[in-house]
Write a protein that binds this ligand. Sequence first.
Ligand code: TXE
Length: 486
Amino acid sequence: MNTHDNIIIQNYSNGKYTNPKSNNWIDNYEPASGKIYSKIPNSNAQDIEEAVAFAKAAFTTWSTTTIDERSHILLKIAEGIENRLQELVEAESRDNGKPVKLAKAVDIPRAASNFRFFGHAITQFASESHESVGLQAMNFTLRKPIGVVGCISPWNLPLYLFTWKIAPAIAAGNCVIAKPSEVTPMTAFLLGEICTEAGLPPGVLNIMHGLGTSTGQAILDHPDIKAISFTGGTKTGEHIARTCAPKFKKLSLELGGKNPNIIFADCDYDRMLKTTLHSSFANQGQICLCGSRIFVERPLYDRFKKDFVARVKELVVAHPASAKANLGALVSKSHLEKVQSYIALAPDEGGTILCGGNQVIIPEYEEGYYLEPTVIEVQSNRCKLNQEEIFGPVVTIMPFDTEEEVLEYANDVTYGLSSTLWTKDIDRTMRMSNALQAGIVWVNTWMMRDLRTPFGGVKASGVGREGGFEALRFFTEPKNVCIKYN
Ligand code: TXE
């Protein structure tokens, strides 16, 4: 676990690891211990300028490589990730604070799947043709890569979300300026080497590290970066939209969520209980898809409350490397403080803490950012705990009486990313699925992903969809050609 001690993380630009021109560095903390363990570049506009020049030069060739060549390289990158699974798993866990077993089961395998999936998807991606019958004209649509695109990702699922953007972008023939979160740069750093080994030509992918306000802003501002794919906070998303709209950049924004988990009394109780623990606290609750507002039909409410709280109390908060850890550390000190500030609001917002609520001190890691999984019973969906994204191991529970009532609660938030529904009633499933304001509805399951399906949210949860051909459409520009014949 100490292989990366005091490591210097560098940018990966034009296929080489480089230092930032300004020689400006940021400290990188290990959430499990609260200690600095590496330094990362704080890249500025000059660094981005140079990376864009490399990307533009590479685009000439990359955009004309055959689909087979691109596919082959993406599949090699997927293999490269799998070959270095253990190293990446440990790096991700150390950088983010998530349990090693979670990074091993989910994050790193999914990063490999992203490359493998888009390596295959590009071979199946077709454009449309429209025959104007009777007018003797034929339309066909060319789908061209956009050019140089920007991919900006967050800290909660670092390599998983970083590659979810990069893989379709390069599969479609673009060259990329990618910025991982400054809070979790490590696995993005390691990815550069894997791409070189897989034969990705220099300049196709440039991984630039630094703060949102310097590196991220320089990506938004660069006139030759024609599209931005972003996942992160809604406030940052607003800023990105405001900055990019007058420049007419193509935008994909995957933002926050405040997702309802709606439990009807006719559900498969054991399955629901098991999955609800997971959808509440996986990754310390730091997944935009977590079901943080739990609504339970009244006849089931007391039973659920008792069983759920008992099960939450059994969850183990431990050092991420411990095999016993159900929850590891939160990602940063400031994030821990943000989550704690919401817990502190509970009494004033009519909330009763049923379990958790306290920081956890782990011997030898006293400075780490650990927090108990917390369940708060609330009286109203209008309270701040139900309206604002907490993004930590905190869920609220509340009873409801009718379908109409719970639908109103579910939709009465600014967000609209995902919803979870527990019921065996097919008519209700259809009614609710149609009426829920969300980009994704899970019925009797949670976070079950098929990479072909559209992924994204409505309202303050974002604009556009990722996944499958949606992503390949985003990263290409359609051009219709109309041929009149005699
Ligand atoms: O995200 P930011 P933060 C939510 C969650 C969390 C809140 C804030 O509620 O508490 O957002 O988290 C880059 N120009 N989510 O502050 O700042 C930044 O460097 C260009 C939900 O960590 O949005 C990082 O790479 N880029 C979420 C990325 O944006 C900028 C996952 C995300 O950081 C920038 C994470 C700028 N001006 C947090 N400012 C989800 N939807 O999954 C920042 N960035």
